[in-house]
Design a protein around this ligand. Structure first.
Ligand SMILES: Nc1ncnc2c1ncn2[C@@H]1O[C@H](COP(=O)(O)OP(=O)(O)OP(=O)(O)O)[C@@H](O)[C@H]1O
Length: 361
């Protein structure tokens, strides 16, 4: 029996050991129908291994995989991949070169000829390739091939779709369009999707929930907005963007910096902390004969720094500073062409609501 709240896919305490080393050490996940979960993490952290175990092409050392309330992998249980009703899509998941586009999409389908033809047509229309049905893979661009691969994976109406870096072979301009298109089709089809990626932007763009993985473990889970704005530690913050780190020492639950005091609740006196701030949350103002703006509740104390370097990188400029007080190096990103010369004195403040204070490990 599967209740209404039964997860489509549930992974419990997964562990995978290769040659004495746990490459997956404790992974638990729960996916609902129609939900996209991004399994995000750096290369080698164990994402693909997790996905392969769920698909049934590898076996865990410990832990369980459940689909719709049925255990498919666990102590004494192993349901083979073809019986798990899972769709797969990989970056290099090649189409069959000797089959036409239509035949590729029909490949895993059962049912009558009419039913199969209908499903192939529906899916090719959805991916915008209705007129490509009789073409062969070599006649298609990389992006078109990827759309056929998506149609093929979705054709048998899998209840779970596992996608491993499916868009990383595509060039940037194509990728955004295909990602958005794929997302709306996946949502329409209602599968529970697990998307493996090492790109934060891809995960944030596509996923309802992100599971951030590091060294075989999930270190944080949550909606993209929450994961980005409330990271669990410095590494989690730095995985999503460049960050500035201002070191400090705690005294009386406070740490003193060039930018004034910061709260460090619960951190013992004498401990080192890192105040972490993304470059877009630094504020810049001009020097008025050695005087800067007055402190505000939002920005705290302003501090003076000298420009070391300024670079224009298209949609923004990056300005690097060295702070006068303690020599700390900081980078600000400003959303316009602002290229001050080296050694220009400028005043800098930081958005206090966008700072994270982490104990240093
Ligand atoms: N069959 C195997 N035998 C031995 N080690 C393996 C095997 N498969 C994976 N590993 C190791 O397990 C670790 C995790 O690999 P995995 O492919 O799961 O990482 P990943 O997060 O998906 O990385 P990437 O994004 O680079 O694919 C790596 O160090 C890899 O070398």
């Amino acid at each position: 029996m599967t209740g209404q709240n039964t997860a489509r896919l549930e992974v419990r305490g997964l562990k995978r050991n290769f040659g004495g080393l746990d490459v997956v050490s404790d992974v638990s996940l729960s996916l609902q129908a129609g939900q996209v979960t991004g399994l995000l993490g750096p290369s080698g952290c164990g994402k693909s291994t997790t996905l392969r175990i769920i698909a049934g092409v590898d076996q865990q050392t410990e832990g369980e995989v459940w689909i719709d309330g049925q255990m498919v992998a666990g102590p004494g249980v192993f349901v083979p991949p073809e019986k798990r009703h899972i769709g797969l899509m990989f970056q290099d998941f090649a189409l069959f070169p000797h089959l036409s586009v239509g035949e590729n999409v029909a490949f895993g389908l059962t049912g009558t000829r009419t039913e199969k033809r209908q499903r192939v047509h529906t899916l090719l229309e959805k991916v915008g390739l209705g007129s490509f049905i009789d073409k062969y893979p070599h006649e298609l661009s990389g992006g078109e091939q990827q759309r056929v691969a998506l149609a093929r994976a979705l054709a048998p109406k899998p209840s779970i779709m596992l996608m491993d870096e499916p868009f990383s072979g595509l060039d940037n301009r194509l990728r955004d369009g295909i990602r958005d298109e794929a997302l709306s089709i996946l949502k329409e089809e209602g599968a529970a999707v697990l998307l493996v990626t090492h790109e934060p932007e891809e995960a944030m763009r596509m996923a309802d929930e992100i599971a951030l993985m590091r060294a075989g473990q999930i270190v944080q889970r949550g909606a993209p907005y929450n994961i980005y704005n409330a990271p669990v530690d410095l590494q989690a913050a730095a995985f999503f963007s460049d960050v500035n780190v201002i070191p400090g020492t705690v005294e009386g639950a406070l740490t003193q910096t060039a930018f004034g005091q910061f709260l460090a609740p619960g951190v013992p006196d004498g401990s080192q902390v890192d105040i972490v701030i993304r470059p877009q949350h630094l504020k810049i103002d001009f020097d008025r004969g050695g005087v800067g703006p007055s402190p505000t509740p939002d920005h705290g104390v302003w501090a003076r720094g000298l420009v070391k370097r300024a670079r224009f990188i298209g949609k923004e400029s990056l300005v690097e500073f060295q702070m006068e007080r303690d020599g700390t190096l900081l980078t600000a990103s400003v959303p316009s062409v602002f290229l001050p010369k080296s050694d220009t004195p400028l005043w800098i403040a930081i958005r206090r609501d966008r700072c994270f204070v982490f104990p240093r490990h």
